[in-house]
Design a protein around this ligand. Structure first.
Ligand code: NAP
Length: 246
């Protein structure tokens, strides 16, 4: 019997990451659910998957800290013996006037949203290169494509993730590894909690589909990018955004 594919999904305790974890587990992957603070949510997700006889483990690591990320990679290899898929989903956001962004806020935004992608990818890449196969999916944002006012540090980090994806796709394609990016539009998760109901309604008016995206719609893109049908797709940015950014 073929060993099951294994995925590490960062920031999988809540929001988009939890939908990614569930979708890949349901589709036959063994999943490492990474989290930083939300241990309870991560445990509940693992238990919900286990109740469906799906294999998942939780692992706490701050993606900004390389030593913690390397320990997570070692955990996955020890537990499952392989890493077929890495989804760099963990992220933070903040609304700030550009002139109000402190150096610490800038550094933390970059550390989680951009260096975290570097840390996790460089940690797993040697195993994928020696296996001569693997799939990496980075979660950017439409704001990394068009920029968001009052989110310069977030937009800059997410634009960096797109550049990272394109460059690494070229470097790793000869090793049989595909690297792609999903740049979602506005998805209704905890990340949107900072906006009032009125502000959210205004945002919806700007979206041709007249609604926010659903976490399952991002997961569906990731399932496609990880599938055999996407075997010739690398270095691409797919943006589920309801027509918001075309
Ligand atoms: P969310 O609901 O706030 O969830 C964020 C996830 O990231 C949580 O699981 C959180 O885990 C994890 N995380 C944060 N910092 C971390 C760290 N240092 N190390 C490890 N995990 C960390 O956000 P979301 O909306 O699902 O966003 C997921 C990704 O999609 C992010 O990269 C975000 O930028 C991107 N995105 C979101 C939207 C949107 O509209 N929601 C749009 C475009 C792109 P803990 O709670 O355990 O810390």
């Amino acid at each position: 019997m073929m060993p099951k594919s294994t995925a590490i999904i960062t920031g999988a305790s809540r929001g988009i990451g939890s939908a990614l974890a569930e979708a890949f587990a349901v589709n036959g992957y063994r999943v490492v659910i990474n989290y930083c603070f939300a241990e309870r949510e991560a445990s509940l997700l693992r238990d919900r998957l286990a109740a469906q006889s799906l294999e998942a483990e939780i692992f706490r690591a701050d993606v900004a800290k390389r030593s913690e990320v390397d320990t997570m990679t070692e955990f996955c290899l020890k537990k499952y013996g392989r890493i077929d898929l890495l989804i760099n989903n963990a992220g933070i956001s903040a609304q700030r006037l550009f002139t109000g962004i402190t150096e610490d806020e800038w550094d933390r935004m970059m550390a989680v949203n951009l260096k975290g992608v570097f840390n996790c990818t460089q940690s797993v890449a040697p195993y994928m290169i020696s296996a001569k196969s693997g799939c990496i999916i980075n979660i950017s944002s439409v704001w990394g494509i068009v920029g968001a006012s009052c989110e310069v540090h977030y937009s800059a980090a997410k634009a960096g993730v797109i550049g990272f994806t394109k460059a690494l796709a070229k470097e790793l394609a000869p090793s049989g590894i595909r690297v792609n990016c999903i740049a979602p539009g506005i998805i209704d998760t905890d990340m949107m909690k900072c906006f009032s109901a009125e502000e959210k309604e205004c945002m919806k008016q700007e979206i041709p589909a007249m609604r926010f995206g659903r976490i399952g719609e991002v997961a569906a893109c990731a399932l496609f990018l990880a599938s055999e049908g996407a075997g010739y797709i690398t270095g691409q940015v797919i943006s589920p955004n309801g027509g918001f950014v075309i």
